[in-house]
Design a protein around this ligand. Structure first.
Ligand SMILES: [Zn+2]
Ligand SMILES: [Zn+2]
Length: 146
C-alpha cells in the first residue's frame, strides 16, 4: 500500500492508526480483516504470533478502541466489530443489523435516529453518553434464499 488517495476528497478519519499503541493497532487490524464480529478470544488466537499471551492484553486494547469509537462492542454477541461507518467521528449511537442466519453484521448510522433517541431520553431527564442498538433478524441475502 503506497497510500495514494487521489480519489476526491481525502477526509481524515477520526480514528486513524495515529496515536494507537502497537497492541491497539494489531487488534484493530484483526477486526478490520474480519468478515464478522470477533470475540476477544478469537482475537487473542489470531494475535498469538504477534506476542499476545493473555485475554487482558486484548481487553485493554479493546477498551481503548471502543472508547475512541474505532470499535463497537455488540453486547448480544459478546463480540467486537471495527467501525465501518465512513464518517465515523466516535458517534454516540451505532445501530447494527445482525443476521441470525449467516451472522453477517451491518452497521447502520443515522443522525436523526441518534437525535431522536437523545430527545426520548431527555424527556425523562436522562443524558445519553453512548448507545448501541442491535437489530436481530435476517439479511437480504438470506431472505432471498429462504
Ligand atoms: Zn461506527
Ligand atoms: Zn444472512
Amino acid at each position: 500500500m503506497s497510500g495514494d488517495t487521489s480519489s476526491g476528497h481525502s477526509h481524515t478519519h477520526g480514528h486513524g492508526p495515529a496515536g494507537l499503541t502497537r497492541n491497539q493497532s494489531l487488534v484493530l487490524s484483526a477486526l478490520e480483516r474480519a468478515k464478522a464480529p470477533l470475540s476477544a478470544y478469537t482475537i487473542l488466537d489470531q494475535l498469538r504470533d504477534d506476542g499476545f499471551r493473555a485475554p487482558p492484553q486484548v481487553y485493554r486494547a479493546l477498551d481503548k478502541l471502543v472508547e475512541m469509537g474505532a470499535v463497537h462492542r455488540l453486547e448480544s454477541l459478546n463480540a467486537f466489530v471495527a467501525c465501518r461507518h465512513p464518517d465515523c467521528d466516535g458517534h454516540e449511537t451505532a445501530a447494527f443489523a445482525i443476521c441470525e442466519t449467516c451472522g453477517q453484521v451491518t452497521e447502520l448510522n443515522d443522525s436523526e435516529f441518534s437525535h431522536h433517541l437523545r430527545d426520548l431520553a431527555a424527556k425523562v431527564g436522562f443524558a445519553v453518553r453512548k448507545s448501541t442498538v442491535e437489530l436481530r433478524g435476517t439479511c437480504a441475502t438470506c431472505q432471498a434464499v429462504a
